[in-house]
Design a protein around this ligand. Structure first.
Ligand code: HEM
Length: 512
């Protein structure tokens, strides 16, 4: 007791308490001011300071938010550290905010770890709305939009033929065939080169991606939960999160750069095939640093691969469980390609198969896996909506899984029913659902995705019967596993007739 008394100068203790009291009063004052000025949609109860950070599960967040939506209504709020997330639970509110007010709802949240450090500020998907994003988005749009589709068709044609052959011979489990198809078609579109399952460069890309994705989860990094920590006057190298983040950034950059260097070498030798990156490197309209170019390529590979694979998984499960749409699609296919397997469907037939196009949209809607809770947007200006007042910086996302399952948005939502999309927008892959996002951040690769899926799905439905395994009914009460190596469900995929089997051997074996 005496020791303590001796070691503390009462004047210092008094000053300290005074400062602490002042700081707490300031915090309280700011809190009251903030609460008076802004009004959020119903807030899901959470812990003091941390909010809902540790309530959200690390997988299957879509079904979790769906349940919250059923309890809290069309629009509600979660709080992660200091950031407020407004969750939109109907197409109506998503359209009102993300589309109609896109001018102020198109940024991304501040992520000092996931974006500034691990991505070196160069991953377009996470870039705030501004000049750097606009420049990258413009050039991506120029190269990937539908007027460029002829550049990519030869790749999509060959990869879908390889897929048919692999599904027929079953040398690899069917779901790994889908993974190979999706990898290879995006690598071809972006780098003009095909991939094998064990391609070492590609494995390195996926390892980097697997390490990065967890940083997108709320609560995964203290500095993303409390971005103010990034502004503390600490030497950069003393920030405890830095070493790990810088290391991942350097490794990712190395992996992406190697792919660009290889392409540049083949362009130099005149052996390359025209692709996204060759167009970008030859473009004189925009100049980007080498690291920016590498991250643009990496972003496309990351954004395009798994989304294609999981959309195919959704289509196959939906077809096996709800096959009623298939005879209608086959009427269209057979009328063009022959009921007796005369030839494969091709891109020249694209306007003759509306049911296939509707089925692709339905696959993206039915069980959204990669963006089950949307890809969060952020608000750049204070805004008012239906009595709520939201501050700039609010994170706003659409509850993709919940909306896809909402009977007010989609009639009999649990059914895989492509005919719901047989309307005047059947050619517009991103219309009528939220699978490709909304507003100015809408997926920039949606035209490429539409063609990847069109050619693969038309050939699949023309050549194969897809059925449930009676011993293992497919269960779809949660999103499919994100790992490409996990068997998502059991299904039987077998050639429609011997003539279709022959057709695949004849037209696809070389591609495989
Ligand atoms: C079925 C396949 C696909 C689906 C379901 C899909 C879905 C999405 C979604 C939901 C977003 C976020 C939209 C938003 O924030 O509002 C997005 C963004 C993006 N997608 Fe896709 N995508 C697919 C295929 C592709 C492909 C093939 C590419 C590239 C070739 C691509 C490139 C991108 C890029 C670069 C972004 C970021 C856009 C930005 O932040 O401005 N995607 N995609």
């Amino acid at each position: 007791m005496t020791l303590l008394d001796d070691s503390f100068d009462p004047r210092i203790t008094g000053t300290f308490l005074l400062l602490l009291g002042g700081w707490l009063s300031w915090l309280l004052f700011e809190h009251v001011k903030f609460s008076r000025k802004y009004k959020f949609p119903p807030l899901v109860p959470g812990l003091p300071v941390l909010g809902n950070t540790f309530q959200i599960p690390s997988i299957d967040q879509g079904p979790y938010l769906q349940k919250l939506g059923q309890k809290y209504g069309e629009i509600f709020t979660l709080k992660f550290g200091r950031s407020y997330w407004v969750i939109l639970n109907s197409r109506r509110v998503a359209q009102e905010l993300l589309e109609k007010r896109a001018a102020i709802y198109s940024s991304r949240q501040k992520l000092p770890m996931a974006h500034d450090i691990v991505s070196g500020g160069k991953r377009m998907l996470l870039m705030p709305y501004g000049d750097q994003w606009r420049r990258q988005r413009r050039i991506m749009h120029q190269i990937l939009n539908s007027s460029q589709r002829r550049t990519f068709e030869p790749f999509q044609d060959i990869e879908s033929k390889a897929l048919m052959y692999h599904l027929l011979t079953q040398s690899t489990p069917w779901y790994l065939c889908l993974g190979r198809f999706s990898n290879s078609v995006i690598m071809s579109v972006v780098f003009g080169r095909r991939t094998e399952l064990n391609d070492p460069h590609l494995s390195a890309v996926y390892r980097a991606q697997e390490e990065f994705v967890p940083y997108l989860m709320p609560g995964s990094s203290i500095v993303d939960t409390f971005p103010l920590l990034a502004n503390l006057p600490l030497l950069k190298r003393l920030q405890p999160w830095r070493r790990k983040g810088d290391d991942l950034y350097q490794r990712t950059l190395q992996v992406f750069s190697k792919l660009v260097d290889d392409l540049q070498e083949s362009m130099h030798n005149g052996t390359h095939k025209s692709c996204f990156m060759s167009e970008l490197l030859q473009s004189e309209k925009e100049t980007f640093s080498k690291a920016e170019v590498a991250f643009m390529a990496g972003t496309l590979i990351e954004a395009g691969t798994d989304t294609t694979r999981t959309s195919m998984l959704e289509l196959i499960a939906g077809t096996a469980m709800y096959p009623d749409w298939v005879p209608h699609a086959r009427e269209e296919l057979d009328a063009v390609c022959g009921a007796n397997a005369e030839r494969l469907p091709s891109f020249d037939d694209i306007d003759k198969f509306p049911m296939i196009k509707a089925a692709i949209k339905e696959a993206v809607r039915w069980r959204p896996t990669n963006s089950q809770t949307g890809i969060p947007h952020a608000l750049t200006k204070d805004d008012e909506f239906e009595g709520y007042r939201l501050p700039a910086g609010t994170v706003v996302t659409w509850n993709n899984w919940g909306i896809s399952h909402n009977p007010e948005d989609f009639d009999r939502p649990e059914c895989f029913d492509p005919s719901r999309f047989l309307d005047e927008n059947v050619d517009k892959i991103a219309k009528g659902h939220l699978g490709f996002g909304a507003g100015r951040r809408l997926c920039v690769g949606s035209d490429v995705a539409a063609n990847n899926l069109f050619i693969a799905v038309s050939r699949l439905i023309y050549c194969f019967d897809v059925e449930q395994d009676p011993a293992h009914p497919i269960v779809v009460d949660k999103p499919f596993p994100l790992s490409a190596e996990a068997e998502p469900y059991k299904v039987i995929i077998k050639p429609r007739t011997d003539a279709h089997r022959e057709l695949i051997f004849r037209e696809c074996s070389e591609a495989a």
